[in-house]
Design a protein around this ligand. Structure first.
Ligand SMILES: [Zn+2]
Length: 68
C-alpha cells in the first residue's frame, strides 16, 4: 500500500495513531516504515510509561502549499 518512492517532489507525510494498552491514551507520531494497523509496538506511553502500544490508525495529512 505504501510504496516508497523518492525524487517525485513532495510526499505526503502520514501520521500513525497509537493506543496505550495500559491506560488507553491515544497518541500520534509520524509514520515509520513497517507500521500497520493493529500492530503492537514497543513505544513508551507519554502518560503512564507503559512500553506497549497498539497502532489504531494511519492517516495522511495533506500539506497545503498555497494559501489563498
Ligand atoms: Zn499509558
Amino acid at each position: 500500500m505504501f510504496q516508497s518512492r523518492q525524487g517525485l517532489g513532495k510526499v505526503p507525510r502520514p501520521l500513525t495513531f497509537l493506543l496505550c494498552l495500559n491506560c488507553k491514551t491515544e497518541n500520534s507520531r509520524p509514520f515509520k516504515d513497517g507500521d500497520y494497523v493493529f500492530k503492537e509496538v514497543e513505544e513508551k506511553c507519554p502518560k503512564c510509561g507503559e512500553q506497549r502500544m497498539v497502532i489504531t490508525g494511519i492517516y495522511v495529512r495533506e500539506e497545503r502549499q498555497q494559501a489563498r
